[in-house]
Design a protein around this ligand. Structure first.
Ligand code: PRP
Length: 190
């Protein structure tokens, strides 16, 4: 089916405004892939996606990194169905590998309060990773509680509720190929 005809590239009715289009996102993924390829010429590189949000970005990104990588994923949660972070990070699924001897890049869809990334950097360093860097498609600095350095950042965004390209609201909208601002009436009614 034609993607325009099935509404994939057109704005979803619950989306107020498209912030970054599919084309802009894919261009940014290529640019980050190039930077990572340049920065990691040697050594073992493990790309760790923080699910579920990072899934789409992670699998796009590894195809733009022109060197061998291993991949793994963790499932964490601090939001649940709420739109406000609980502040407590819970590991629901841990890594398969012994990470000693690996350089790790954590891949996220968004860094918001910074709780998730601050927790993971410390946790993975204590498990023996050679280095831990952070790659996030979105950065929302207005909501930061824990200071976090984002080594590879796609776009900085304002304090709006963003959905698409992995970002959800109550498990919806992750599939949208663009980033959009969710209409207030959608999340305020819950
Ligand atoms: C979201 C997002 C990040 C985290 C960022 O995950 O994917 O992992 O919140 O927020 P923070 O900087 O305030 O910690 P969420 O817990 O909603 O789970 P999900 O990935 O399944 O959407």
């Amino acid at each position: 089916m034609n993607r325009k005809a099935d509404g994939m590239t057109e704005k979803n009715k619950d989306v107020e405004k498209i912030l970054f289009t599919e084309e802009q996102i894919q261009e940014k993924v290529k640019e980050i892939g190039r930077r990572i390829t340049e920065d990691y010429k040697d050594g073992n590189l493990l790309i760790v996606g923080i699910m579920k949000g990072a899934g789409i970005f992670m699998y796009d990104l590894i195809r733009q990194i022109r060197r061998p990588v291993r991949t793994d994923y963790m499932v964490l949660s601090s939001y649940g169905k709420s739109s406000v972070s609980s502040g407590t990070v819970t590991i629901k699924r841990n890594l398969d590998y012994d990470i000693s001897g690996y350089h790790i890049i954590l891949v996220e869809d968004i860094v918001d309060t910074g709780n998730t990334m601050a927790f993971l950097k410390e946790y993975l360093s204590s498990r023996g990773a050679l280095s831990v860097k952070i790659c996030s498609m979105l950065d929302k600095p207005a909501r930061r509680i824990k200071p976090v350095v984002i080594d590879y950042c796609g776009f900085e965004v304002e304090d709006e509720f963003i959905v698409g390209y992995g970002c959800d609201y109550a498990e919806q909208y992750r599939y949208l190929p663009y980033f959009g601002i969710l209409k207030k009436e959608i999340y305020l009614k819950d």
